[in-house]
Write a protein that binds this ligand. Structure first.
Ligand code: KMT
Ligand code: NI
Length: 179
């Protein structure tokens, strides 16, 4: 896993690194923690299973995102994943193979910034309910990931709007995590 503030200067390709200066590894965990994001690394799925059951996760699915598995739908799917959204449930993402970027919003109002988190095989992220985020593959165009859900698979993205700032889950996230 690596992370940096997303460089907005060239918007042409979401899969490009958009690297500003890389954050020193020791700064990454405190930054993610301040956003309520937990990151860990699991060489095998065994410890992911333990982690998930300790948090009462009951459901999961797998996505294989690449031009060869998705054909013409690939570009369209990437646009959907990269549309800024939130989920009302906490969700775990575990990378089984390949790599990609989760962008998570840091700051509020004028101070908003994208934090780009590069994840590769074995990396696990817990995204808190109510965090604005988006996903894209990187220039290798391939990720296989496990998506874990507490209850019913409810991965419906709620795309960002002004009104959604008033969503109770969003408000709770802002009050309790960002403050
Ligand atoms: C999400 O919530 O944005 C996703 O699940 C993206 C696909 S998982 C690599
Ligand atoms: Ni999402």
């Amino acid at each position: 896993m690596k992370a940096w503030y997303y460089d907005e200067s060239d918007p042409s390709d979401q899969r490009a690194p958009h690297l500003s200066s890389p954050l020193p590894p020791s700064d990454i965990t405190p930054l993610l923690t301040s956003l309520g994001v937990e990151a860990s690394h699991h060489p095998t799925v065994d410890t992911v299973n333990t982690f998930a059951s300790s948090r009462n996760y009951k459901n999961r699915d797998e996505v294989n995102i690449s031009p060869s598995t998705m054909g013409a739908a690939y570009d369209e799917k990437l646009k959907i994943f990269f549309t800024e959204h939130l989920h009302e449930d906490e969700e775990i993402r575990y990378v089984l193979d390949g790599s990609g970027y989760f962008d998570v919003r840091g700051g509020l109002g004028e101070g908003e910034k994208w934090v780009r988190v590069w994840v590769e095989k074995g990396d696990l992220l817990v995204l808190p309910p109510g965090i604005w985020h988006r996903f894209t593959t990187d220039e290798k165009d391939y990720i296989k990931a496990m998506r874990l859900f507490k209850d019913e698979p409810k991965w419906t993205p709620l795309n960002r709007t002004k009104e959604l700032e008033e969503n109770p889950v969003r408000k709770e996230y802002v009050q309790n995590v960002l403050k």
